[in-house]
Ligand binder design. Structure first.
Ligand SMILES: [Cu+2]
Length: 287
């Protein structure tokens, strides 16, 4: 298991080093969050790390106090306890210090909330509509084509040159260009769903009768395939309506858009051709 994880990490290192296409998906033996490929997710990870240090310090401090009390003030070492019940100084400290800690947390927290909430001038828009149990996507800025994206069953996997993990791969993936600000409008046709992509730092509820908005911009050079899932319990097949997003260079995206306008269900052949031309088959095999 460990060896497998180490080999996986080694493979990832070489793939990243060679600039190959990567896959954003869960990995065996992984600790922490999926690797960030958008500025928002980078900020989420650094905020998460900051909080981890703060919680760690608080836990250690409380543990040290407990140990001190157990050792120093047990019945044997402190047979006649003092009888006072107030200490103004200590009470001010244990009120003020937590307030200060919360203020320290609030600053990056609000900055991050604002970054997620305020959508920068978008280069393009995608509409994602959650259905029981698949996603409909529309590309209003690129001819208005739309398609339904369904999870692949186990026997349908392995037909494409990219990694197609069980329960995550779809028949018709979403495609976006790298380095582009994408506005995602999220809604639903029946019950509440949620469009969530871990490596983009995006999780937005799709609510029937409402149009929610979120955004992402995948960093330049982070081409590859990224997987997410519906994150709002929406019925019996909630776990089986994954999200597959391909991030490609602009010219590949343009070719895909042209093909998708003719037939969105056949446009993935453009992706397959691009993967094969970049030698990304190795990536799929290594993952
Ligand atoms: Cu759902």
């Amino acid at each position: 298991m460990r060896l497998k994880a180490a080999l996986g990490a080694l493979a990832t290192f070489f793939l990243l080093a060679t600039g190959a296409v990567h896959a954003g998906q869960p990995e065996d033996g992984r600790l922490g969050l999926q690797r960030a490929v958008t500025p928002v997710m980078e900020n989420i990870i650094s905020f998460h790390n900051l909080l981890l240090w703060i919680i760690g310090a608080i836990c250690l401090f409380v543990l040290a106090l407990l140990v001190w009390i157990v050792v120093r003030y047990n019945a044997k070492s402190n047979p006649t306890p003092k009888k006072f019940s107030h200490n103004t100084l200590i009470e001010i400290i244990w009120t003020a210090v937590p307030v200060l800690i919360l203020v320290v947390i609030a600053v990056p927290s609000f900055r991050l909330l604002y970054m997620q909430d305020v959508i920068p001038e978008p280069d393009m828009t995608i509409k994602a509509v959650g259905n029981q149990w698949n996603w409909t996507y529309e590309y209003p800025d690129h001819g208005g084509f739309e398609f339904v994206s369904n999870m692949l069953e186990e026997e349908e996997l392995g037909t494409q040159p990219w990694s197609q993990p069980r329960l995550l791969a779809t028949d018709v993936p979403v495609v976006v260009p790298e380095g582009t600000t994408v506005r995602v409008q999220v809604t639903a046709s029946d019950v509440i769903h949620s469009w969530a992509m871990p490596s983009f730092g995006v999780k937005m509820d799709g609510i029937p009768g409402r149009l929610n908005e979120t955004w992402f911009r995948v960093n330049e050079g982070e081409t590859g395939v990224f997987y997410g899932q519906c994150s709002e319990i929406c019925g019996i097949r909630h776990a089986f309506m994954p999200i597959e997003v391909h991030v490609v260079p602009q010219e590949v995206f343009d070719a895909w858009v042209e093909a998708a306008n003719a037939d969105p269900y056949a446009a993935s052949s453009v992706l397959a051709a691009w993967y094969e031309s970049t030698g990304a088959t190795a990536v799929a095999a290594a993952r």
